[in-house]
Design a protein around this ligand. Structure first.
Ligand SMILES: [Zn+2]
Length: 351
């Protein structure tokens, strides 16, 4: 094994062993709330342990995943489970990343080997995703995040019930996506990019031809335009170029129009010139690495995988200990994808 890959294998082993020992109280001492969510807390730890368990066939990770899921459920009864000052006024009712639906997503994945528990978890999650009322279109707190999660669970469990839920979410999101979203919030997490990526993923998984209006709406801003709207996070998945790069890759995979691949490669070259902000999947090098792994699926003219490996191994020591989008568990998933053969899937983001 190459030295960097050996380092990642040690990271996975060390983190799984540590996660088996730590408790919710340790999490509370390590960082500020929210403590239960997929993005920042205990449910994210459970998700990453499930990811290691299924990709590397590890019973120790399965056991620790169940333990962290139970911590998340207990923590969810308190306001500190999902809320912090940063989310004041933001509706989390439909948020897989930040809210209670994320716990149900983890339960649906963890319970899959047990038929009765799995059926119950899928029915409960389906009811959450089908709930009436106005839900934003965006990825982080809305329909695009729900659709992506439903597609992942349908794929992982083979559930026809969840596939039907995904179809209803897809139809709702298609209707919502026709409402223009203001340009300044154009990125993946809160803007049009995440909505389009979720809809294209739905078309890909269900073998639908992408609607002409969806393809026509895939206008590509220039790298400079994206950077000027991304504030302090120009290279990020959440608001910057890495999120757009994932969309251009998906657009190529669905349309086979070479213009999208050319656009994706140019975007990756600009990405390499931007400074690192942190190591996380959401805002930092981890998200960039997953975007480069996506590009490696459609282009082999440069060593995108090698660049992803280099990005992943920077700044490991600075990353918060918990949660999948904002913490080290997300980088553990990335490490698994870099050393285990098979298709890499950005946690929560790629179905
Ligand atoms: Zn971010």
């Amino acid at each position: 094994m190459a030295p960097d890959l050996g380092r990642l294998a040690a990271l996975i082993d060390g983190w799984v062993s540590l996660a088996a020992l730590l408790s919710y109280r340790d999490l509370q001492q390590d960082q500020r709330p929210p403590w239960a969510s997929l993005s920042h807390g205990a449910a994210g730890n459970a998700y990453a342990l499930w990811y290691v368990a299924t990709r590397q066939d590890r019973p120790d990770a399965w056991k620790a995943a169940g333990r962290w899921w139970r911590f998340a459920v207990r923590g969810a009864d308190r306001r500190s489970g999902f809320r912090s000052a940063a989310y004041r006024g933001i509706p989390l009712r439909a948020s897989v990343a930040f809210g209670r639906p994320g716990l149900q997503v983890v339960e649906a994945l963890l319970s899959h080997p047990k038929p009765i528990a799995s059926r119950r978890a899928l029915t409960t999650l389906g009811a959450i995703f089908d709930q009436a009322g106005e839900v934003p279109a965006e990825f982080m707190v809305g329909l695009a995040g729900e659709l992506t999660a439903a597609l992942q669970i349908a794929r992982c469990t083979g559930s026809d019930e969840m596939a039907a839920v995904a179809d209803r979410l897809g139809d709702r999101l298609l209707a919502a996506a026709s409402i223009p979203i203001p340009i300044p919030i154009n990125g993946f997490a809160h803007g049009r990019v995440g909505v389009q990526h979720a809809l294209l993923s739905w078309c890909e998984q269900t073998r639908r031809v992408p609607p002409a209006a969806l393809v026509a709406a895939l206008v590509a801003p220039t790298d400079d335009e994206i950077i000027s709207h991304a504030g302090t996070l120009p290279g990020s998945w959440c608001n910057g170029l890495a999120g757009f790069l994932m969309l251009w890759v998906k657009a190529y995979e669905l349309t086979r129009d070479d213009a999208w691949r050319t656009r994706a490669v140019a975007c990756a070259r600009t990405l390499a010139t931007l400074p690192s902000v942190d190591g996380t999947l959401c805002c930092g090098d981890g998200g960039r690495a997953y975007a480069l792994l996506a590009l490696a699926r459609i282009d082999d003219r440069e060593d995108w995988r090698g660049q992803a490996l280099a990005a992943c191994t920077q700044r490991l020591a600075e990353i918060p200990a918990h949660g999948v989008l904002r913490g080290l568990p997300g980088i553990v998933c990335l490490a698994v994808d870099l050393i285990t053969p098979g298709r890499a899937r950005f946690p929560l983001v790629e179905a």
